[in-house]
Write a protein that binds this ligand. Structure first.
Ligand code: MN
Length: 736
């Protein structure tokens, strides 16, 4: 692996003097002196003086061609957090821009992001908002992270893994999405080294074999292409084409070998030769020559000039086989495309030549705006996180075409609905049906690359989307447009739908409160979702901005707190309560002299963790699961008399008997749904006691089935199978 190179201020000065770009030298110098003084006496984990870190970050940013203020902010990026220096001080000495940049980077550091399990959409949005305000903050952050990754070996092992994980999942993809390929690739390779050191070593070793031969091979190919281009009379190049060759990045090869399970020898594009020319017609001319010289491998040609990647990457890619029988990839692009491919959004600063104006920069940030907009119409944290991840993985796309031949890039799994909204919001709202390659397809059809998709729209001006589309659409954009249509256009309908949905949920949870109490009962939830009136709250539920399911446990809890406390005061228990130590667990079936029953609220099944409650009035023990809302509510109340009534119980080992349990399935309604589900149960020989289903307004169906189940693992297995049935969205144990 590459060793980190220590950068001194003298080296930084030399770089500025030798470069073509103009910098405010004295400003950078005084930023350096300020930082050096502020960090005096502080050291890195490596034992080196702290100042080497800001210097290295500034050096990376100089290579990217960033401006004076960014370089100053890089030198100062840790002073506000780690030293007594303040924002005000920086503002007075270096101006508002520099102070704001340092402030932005400091704030990003405090966002507790992306630990493995808990990802908070709010926190990710903070990052996105910071990016939207001034993208330079993110570019500094990425450079900061790059230097920290280069020096990660000095950190303790568990920190190495966490930092590498976060880099691989968030910062490297952001660098990729902004098109800054130099940062992207190095961040990926370094994270890869810490996340999977064995594979890293293996790939390194594989590359070491025949290294000389390989280099000779690439040199030979380069020479042959150069000679042929020179002889070619059919094109007059505006400027001599530049030809370079290289082996692809370690992580790129790793993905091909270990993720796609390819043999190292079968990886076609280990080697890449790049030809850079002046104009787009020259690109296609070179492509023709390459295909004339070498045999192209079918289906390996990609035209990223006609269909650029989401991060604006443009080039022609083709894989060919030489006389030696060794395949290699050829990338053909213009100089402008090359600048964008290497520097992405940073090209805006590096080459201020007019082509990379403010519009170009906006291109890189539309997705940031879209994700933030979508966040305003959705409160579903998981969905927001998923959207962002989708946005950050631009490789996984399909490219479909309009009948006129315009291309539309979409994530894998996208449907005609996504396609329609991608063309134009009004096309989406007005969509009636869709054709793919001339044939009508269902709206949940998954588009494939190369297909021609035609959207038929209604002539009626007020035709709008369908609620069921929300479950079918794949892209953030489509979902947020559909939601905002319902939000705006159908308030009355939303209120009605929302109220009905809420009442159904209340019924299912057996929450019975008078309607005049609703407002008080829902007070906190309304406040949290900025709803001033009950109607606003209903409307939000109605257009799908609030998902009702996630409130249910809290509502049950609250209901028990507010309405169920007036139980008649307890008489003395007939059964002596067992002490709650682990030793005195009661084994069910062994408590012969005691009646026990399974509670209706959580329906425990063998295998569940359970507790027993000694009922008031001597009706024996009622058994609950430890995840039961009633049990949890009791723990919250902390009433000593009540606490004493709970006892540990556990299942006997051999449970031959079956138990009745209810499950609830939510699915997209379709013909044959019930049949498919019952077929699975019949096949597993699970008796069905009764079943029912009903349709929701949004096109979904709820299926309730009561089953005889042996134990929890049987139920889990059945759940797994039902989840695979087409259209099934969720399967859960019903909460009575
Ligand atoms: Mn730092």
């Amino acid at each position: 692996m590459k060793e980190d190179r220590v950068v001194t201020f003298d080296m930084l000065m030399q770089k500025i003097l030798n470069g073509e770009k103009q910098y405010d030298f004295s400003k950078i110098k005084s930023a350096y002196h300020f930082a050096e003084k502020a960090h005096e006496g502080q050291f890195r984990s490596s034992g080196q003086p702290y100042i080497i870190h800001p210097l290295a970050v500034a050096d990376i940013l100089l290579d990217l061609g960033m401006d004076t203020d960014t370089v100053c902010a890089a030198l100062l990026h840790d002073v506000v957090e780690d030293t007594p220096a303040t924002y005000e001080q920086l503002r007075k000495l270096f101006g508002r821009d520099v102070a704001d940049l340092v402030d932005g980077v400091t704030k990003l550091k405090k966002v507790p992001i992306f630990n493995r399990d808990q990802q908070k959409a709010q926190d990710i949005c903070k990052i996105l908002i910071a990016m939207k305000q001034d993208i330079r903050v993110m570019i500094i952050k990425l450079s900061d992270r790059l230097h920290n990754m280069r020096t990660l070996s000095y950190r303790p092992p568990h920190k190495q893994r966490n930092t590498a994980y976060e880099t691989m999942n968030i910062y490297a993809p952001i660098a990729g999405r902004l098109g800054i390929e130099t940062l992207h690739e190095e961040l990926e390779d370094l994270s890869f080294y810490y996340l999977d050191p064995y594979s890293y070593a293996e790939i390194e070793k594989l590359l070491e074999i025949n290294k000389q031969e390989r280099e000779n091979f690439i040199d030979l190919i380069k020479k042959r292409i150069a000679e042929r281009l020179q002889q070619e009379n059919s094109i007059i190049f505006a400027r001599e084409p530049q030809i370079s060759g290289r082996v692809k990045s370690l992580y790129g090869l790793y993905k091909k070998v270990f993720v796609n399970h390819k043999d190292f020898n079968d990886v076609y594009d280990k080697y890449a030769v790049r030809v850079i020319v002046s104009t787009v017609p020259e690109c296609y001319a070179v492509l023709g020559i390459i295909h004339d010289m070498f045999r192209p491998i079918p289906n390996r040609f990609k035209d990223y000039i006609q269909s650029p990647k989401k991060n604006n990457y443009k080039s022609l890619h083709t894989t060919v086989i030489g006389r030696e029988g060794i395949p290699f990839e050829v990338q053909i692009r213009t100089w402008d495309m090359h600048k964008t491919a290497e520097y992405g959004i940073a090209a805006h600063w590096k080459y201020k030549e007019g082509i990379h104006g403010k519009d170009k920069m906006e291109d890189y940030l539309t997705w940031v705006r879209e994700v933030l907009e979508a966040q305003q119409t959705s409160d579903d944290v998981e969905e927001i996180v998923k959207n962002i991840k989708d946005e950050l993985a631009p490789e996984s796309i399909v490219v479909a075409m309009t009948p006129k031949g315009d291309t539309v890039s979409l994530p894998i799994g996208a449907t005609p609905i996504d396609f329609a909204y991608e063309i134009h919001t009004q096309v989406g709202h007005g969509m009636m049906s869709a054709k793919v390659n001339g044939h009508i397809v269902p709206l949940d059809y998954k588009l494939q690359t190369g297909q021609i998709c035609e959207i038929m729209t209604s002539k009626a001006p007020d035709k709008g989307p369908n609620r069921a589309w929300l479950d079918i659409a794949r892209t953030t954009k489509a979902k947020s447009k559909i939601r905002s249509w319902f939000k705006k256009e159908r308030r009355e309908e939303n209120i009605e739908t929302g109220r009905a949905m809420l009442e159904k949920a209340f019924q299912r949870c057996r929450i019975r409160i008078p309607e005049e109490d609703y407002e008080k009962f829902l007070e906190d939830d309304m406040k949290r979702h900025n709803c001033n009136t009950l109607d606003d709250f209903y409307a939000s539920i109605g257009y799908g901005g609030i998902t009702i399911q996630k409130f249910v446990p809290r509502w049950k809890d609250l209901y028990h707190k507010l309405y169920c406390q007036d139980d008649t005061p307890a008489k003395l228990p007939i059964i002596q309560p067992a002490s709650r130590s682990k030793k005195s667990r009661i084994i069910l079936d062994e408590i012969q002299d005691c009646v026990y029953k399974f509670s209706q609220c959580c329906n425990p099944l063998p295998g569940d963790e359970i507790v027993g409650f000694i009922t008031r009035g001597g009706h024996g023990i009622s058994v609950h699961t430890t995840s039961c809302v009633n049990y949890k509510a009791m723990l919250g109340r902390n009433n000593p008399e009540e606490l004493e009534r709970w006892m540990d119980v556990q299942w006997t080992d051999n449970q031959e008997t079956t138990m009745q349990t209810s499950i609830e399935i939510i699915a997209l309604d379709r013909i044959g749904l019930m049949f498919d589900i019952t077929a699975i149960l019949t096949e597993a020989r699970i008796p069905i006691v009764h079943s029912s289903s009903r349709n929701l307004k949004n096109g979904n169906a709820i299926v309730d089935i009561c089953l005889m189940i042996v134990n929890k693992s049987q139920l889990t297995a059945i759940f797994d199978r039902i989840r695979k049935v087409k259209g099934v969205l969720t399967v859960e144990r019903a909460s009575n």
